[in-house]
Design a protein around this ligand. Structure first.
Ligand code: NAP
Length: 331
């Protein structure tokens, strides 16, 4: 992918002060699905992505539960297929960080680090990012043994000992993935029961390279130049122990990417966007899709569903505005 070429192309397109029917912030599965549905509905649609297409899914080595791929599919490959499909329908894309959004009644103004884009409707599909433990050594050793992405960094730990922290799907699935490289993977979980899906748990229990430490939390990540050990505290007995490790992969949930929204729309107490089943947020003409939305099941399949619904609702909103003769938010 040539990011510079894409930026130049779209910046030129926006230079004429064009108004997009639909702007989408975030190029993960939700945003790409919204882009596909929006562009296919002949809405003039722009998708803004700050990094690579695919979001968190693109950092997943193997997605086993996306319908239509009985052998599973790599996250990066799925993202590439989705972006190609959406762009074939006419989706425009631009790369950069959105620093703010203003809602001027009918029009939404998006500030992309100084370049402004205007759209009649907006879909926020900015997803979420890994939460941190907040323990000593975590920030210091980030990139020196501490990682939040097994697909990105796992290969650096061939025949080494790895600690994975967490008990959800991400921790257990990525722990299994890391056994391809590691000598041993120790999953440390703060309770005595995983939150992960049963079938995923069963794979972990059956894997001889995986060791489990229940009822334990990380107190400190220790080392010299790089990570050498993890200090754990037993949450039941109160005792501590240090286990040697070269890598620490942290999967303790995620937090939403909504800080840039300011008071544009209503957020819940954790920063997620409440939206109804038609993806409408508290702000008319602004929709939310994917992991950034308050919901129970965060999967690729629910993200793409959200994106499709949000784009169809955006289309209805644009139509209603046109019928009402609203061509600009500036009255
Ligand atoms: P999650 O399901 O929220 O799990 C977070 C885990 O981290 C929990 O086990 C939690 O413990 C633990 N935790 C939270 N804060 C902690 C702390 N400060 N110290 C130690 N442990 C802590 O998050 P996730 O695994 O990232 O998954 C997020 C969503 O994506 C879920 O809906 C998940 O199903 C989905 N997902 C799906 C797949 C898949 O289906 N292929 C793969 C990855 C993720 P408790 O259990 O005690 O709360």
């Amino acid at each position: 992918m040539n990011i510079n070429i894409e930026m130049e192309k779209t910046d030129n397109a926006a230079g004429g002060g064009e108004i997009y029917d639909l702007a989408i912030i975030g190029g993960g599965p939700a945003g790409l699905s919204a882009g596909l549905y929006g562009a296919r509905a002949r809405l003039k649609t722009l998708l803004i992505e700050r990094g690579l297409f695919g979001g968190q899914a693109a950092t997943t080595d193997h997605i086993a539960n996306y319908p239509g791929f009985p052998e599973g599919v790599g996250g990066a490959e799925l993202a590439e297929r989705m972006s190609q499909q959406a762009q074939a329908f006419g989706l425009e894309t631009v790369f950069g960080e959105v620093t703010g959004v203003k809602n001027d009644g009918g029009l939404k103004m998006i500030d992309l680090s100084g370049t402004n884009y205007t759209a009649r409707t907006l879909i926020i599909a900015t997803g979420s990012e890994p939460s941190q433990l907040g323990v000593p050594g975590e920030a210091e050793f980030r990139g020196k043994g501490v990682s939040y992405c097994a697909t990105c960094d796992g290969a650096f730990f061939r025949n080494k000992d790895i600690v994975v922290v967490g008990g959800g799907d991400a921790a257990v699935e990525e722990g299994i993935y890391l056994t391809r490289f590691a000598r041993q993977v120790t999953i440390v979980h703060r309770r005595d029961k995983f939150r992960a899906t049963q079938v995923v748990q069963e794979h972990a229990f059956a894997n001889p390279k995986i060791k489990l430490i229940w009822n334990a939390v990380v107190e400190e990540i220790k080392g010299g130049q790089v990570v050498e050990a993890v200090k754990l505290r037993d949450t039941v007995k109160g005792t501590t122990q240090e286990i040697p490790a070269s890598g620490v992969f942290i999967y303790v949930g995620t937090k939403p990417n909504t800080a840039f929204l300011g008071d544009l729309l209503q957020l819940d107490d954790r920063g997620y966007i409440p939206a109804d089943e038609r993806m409408h947020t508290s702000a008319p003409g602004i929709f939310a899709a994917g992991d950034v939305r308050r919901k129970d099941l965060r999967q690729v399949v629910t993200a793409v569903s959200d994106g499709a619904i949000a784009a169809v609702e955006a289309e209805k909103y644009v139509e209603a505005q046109r019928e009402a003769g609203v061509t600009s938010g500036r009255k």
